[in-house]
Write a protein that binds this ligand. Structure first.
Ligand code: ADP
Ligand code: MG
Length: 670
């Protein structure tokens, strides 16, 4: 091999990528050309056919061209407009837009200037003719033909740029080696071909084959990584509960639920045993997992050990550190925070204290696993919101000593699936919510009542409480939607929420996001208007109200997770679901969330109602961990891959006979 491989080069070798774009790409987790190649489309637009209005098929998502007739616009409620038109007299078109200023809306003016348009969206049953609600609209024929890949974006990066970089990377496909053992190669699409097809599928059938191959590969590597040498190893035998743990338990501010008690007992047993603990605590948001972590921490410290707790974001780290300081420092336990945005000197001091054994419990982000961090005697590693971390990060933390491992997850996945997914962990569930916790009062609201909802929000703010307003994710920069959504958020801030202290965050913002979060957590803002970036695990007990705009555009499990942010203190939470699409189907979906409070049930219903054929939602919410795979949809492949990995490792635990595979495991960007 001459020189270095192109795929290992940093993204700055890509055409048009300088330092600034490289930074933005880093935010998307892309550092090298290989990363670009292995970052797959979120979804595709099906531009394979351009139809005439009379050719549309109800239920399908289609691209249709035709003359725009009978265009008109009218207000429907404060700040909202309805635009209607007909495509060639055969297809009804409707858009809802936010527009507060006098005069016609931006979209209306744009449409007025053209005679012919291309619309892309789902065809629905209409009155006389089929219709599309809020389709995307183009005033020129979209350039891309076939299936157009849509990538995750960040500020300053367009989809077209991502397409061109993928094309560049694909030129070096020869550098990619096949990694599956021979028995499996025969079953699945060739690796290079799969990579080509996943970015630019010839058609849906090719897409399916490519996806199947890559999902299998992803699960297979995942399970190899998971199972390789982690189970049944010797660990620390912590002491039985003594004075310190006794004092901790005696001063709990509440009575433990049965599930919490059971979890504590299980953890005690694991930690006292001479084998390493590998335990997952699964429980919904608000079920009270933190107490289990605290208990484990006290127990470790009582045995002379140290504890590291890793959480996915700095905001969560700060919150958790404060919480642990409040509960553990009265017991004489030293708690420290270690995150990347602390001053280098401060970080240095914490690291020194850790190495000396002066800090007992450290809470942090990835900063906990860098090479610079050394522990005096790490005997318990805790990973919170586990689905946000990869196997490698977990392994890196475990590599800092020989600690017991406690993992906590709030992602409600059915038990059978959890068993496969967390193949290397024992599972404890906390299903019971604390007794004083009332379920979040959830209401389905017609948009005509929108102003009332915000009036109510303001009234709660007057009582010193806080609120979240959530909008569907803002991410497609070339899209009319982005502008509309940001405008909409701004309009809300200046309009219905005028007078309140409002912070605004969306996916296209950079670092300021964290600052706004923090300000909200500190109570310096009354309302946080956000896209779905409101983190899982975010705990602001004073937040009691949530408004979810365009609720019909969220997955059910996601709605459930979102509303779990409110009512975490002693006041009950209330959640308003504003749905602008009031079809029976959309209502039925939202009713599930309104009526049930069981995350596991909702996850199952979501899958059932959404159905497996929802190709446009290729990458549904829920498992940010996998690049492509979907734990619900791909159960069978997961099972196959887990078995394949187990079988292979039983024959060759070190993968000595499979150098390509071992190399790939090191590459595996988790
Ligand atoms: P999770 O991490 O599972 O989402 P937390 O551990 O943050 O949940 O607990 C949510 C809230 O409930 C916290 O404010 C916590 O103090 C409180 N809590 C936990 N367990 C109980 C209990 N048994 N009784 C009353 N309140 C509890
Ligand atoms: Mg938690």
């Amino acid at each position: 091999m001459r020189g270095q491989r192109m795929l290992d080069q940093p993204v700055t070798v890509l055409p048009g990528v300088g330092e600034k774009k490289a930074q933005a790409l880093k935010g998307l987790g892309l550092r090298t050309v290989r990363d670009v190649l292995f970052s797959f489309p979120r979804t595709y637009k099906d531009f394979q056919k351009v139809l005439e209005p009379h050719q549309v098929e109800v239920g399908a998502i289609q691209l249709v061209r035709g003359p725009l007739l009978q265009l008109h616009e009218r207000p429907i409620s404060q700040g909202r407009r309805l635009i209607q038109a007909s495509l060639g007299g055969q297809l009804g078109l409707t858009w809802f837009v936010h527009h507060r200023a006098p005069g016609p809306s931006f979209l209306y003016r744009k449409l007025q200037r053209v005679k012919e348009v291309w619309v892309y969206g789902q065809v629905k049953e209409g009155g006389l003719f089929p219709e599309m609600i809020s389709p995307e609209v183009y005033t020129r024929q979209p350039e891309h033909q076939g299936l157009m890949p849509i990538y995750p974006l960040a500020a300053g990066i367009t989809n077209n740029q991502r397409v061109s970089w993928v094309k560049f990377a694909l030129k070096y496909l020869a550098e990619i080696e096949e990694c599956l053992p021979a028995t499996w190669r025969a079953r699945y699409l060739d690796r290079r071909e799969a990579l080509r097809q996943i970015h630019f599928p010839t058609d849906w059938a090719h897409y399916e084959r490519a996806r199947e191959r890559l999902v299998f590969e992803e699960f297979f590597l995942f399970h190899l990584g998971l199972q390789r040498g982690q189970r049944y190893r010797a660990g620390v035998a912590h002491k039985p509960d003594g004075d310190l743990v006794g004092r901790f338990l005696a001063h709990l501010p509440f009575e433990l639920t049965k599930d919490q008690q059971a979890a504590l007992q299980q953890v005690a047993k694991d930690m006292e045993a001479p084998l390493a603990m590998r335990r997952l605590i699964q429980g919904e948001v608000g079920s009270g997992k933190t107490i289990v972590a605290e208990y484990g921490a006290v127990k470790a410290v009582a045995s002379g050990g140290q504890v590291a707790m890793m959480v996915p974001t700095e905001v969560l780290a700060v919150q958790m550190a404060e919480r642990l300081k409040a509960s553990l420092e009265p017991l004489g336990i030293n708690v420290a925070l270690l995150v990347g945005n602390m001053k280098p000197k401060e970080q240095e001091a914490v690291r020194a204290a850790l190495a000396q054994g002066e800090v007992d419990v450290v809470v942090g982000t990835h900063a906990l696993i860098t090479d610079k961090v050394e522990y005096h005697n790490l005997t318990l590693a805790i990973v919170d919101e586990q689905h946000r971390f990869g196997v490698r990060q977990r392994a890196a933390l475990l590599g800092k000593g020989n600690p017991d491992l406690l993992v906590m997850s709030a992602t409600p996945i059915p038990r059978s699936l959890a068993l496969t997914m967390y193949g290397d962990l024992d599972i404890t569930e906390i299903r019971q919510l604390p007794a004083n916790r009332q379920p979040v009062d959830t209401r389905l609201i017609h948009p005509a009542k929108r102003a009332d909802v915000y009036r109510y929000v303001l009234s709660r703010i007057k009582q010193g409480e806080q609120a979240y307003v959530v909008f569907p994710l803002v991410e497609e920069s070339e899209h009319v939607d982005l502008k509309a959504a940001v405008q909409e958020m701004e309009a809300l801030r200046r309009g219905l929420l005028a007078g309140a202290r409002v912070g605004l965050i969306h996916g296209q913002m950079g670092k300021e996001k964290e600052e706004v979060f923090q300000a909200f957590a500190r109570g310096e803002l009354d309302v946080l208007i956000a896209t779905t970036v409101v983190e899982v695990g975010m705990n602001v007990p004073n937040a009691t109200v949530m408004v979810i705009e365009n609720a019909e555009r969220f997955g059910l499990a996601q709605l459930h997770q979102l509303r779990g942010r409110v009512g975490r203190g002693n006041k009950p939470g209330i959640c308003f679901l504003l749905a602008y699409n009031h079809s029976a189907q959309s209502r039925a979906r939202l009713e599930v969330v309104r009526r049930s409070n069981d995350g596991f049930f909702i996850a199952e219903e979501d899958l059932r109602l959404r159905g497996p054929g929802d190709l446009l939602g290729v990458r549904q919410w829920g498992q940010p961990y996998f690049r492509l795979a979907d734990l619900q949809q791909d159960r069978e492949l997961l099972q196959l891959a887990a078995e394949a990995a187990r079988e292979l490792l039983s024959r060759d635990p070190q993968l000595k006979g499979y150098p390509e595979l071992a190399a790939e495991l090191d590459n595996y960007p988790v």
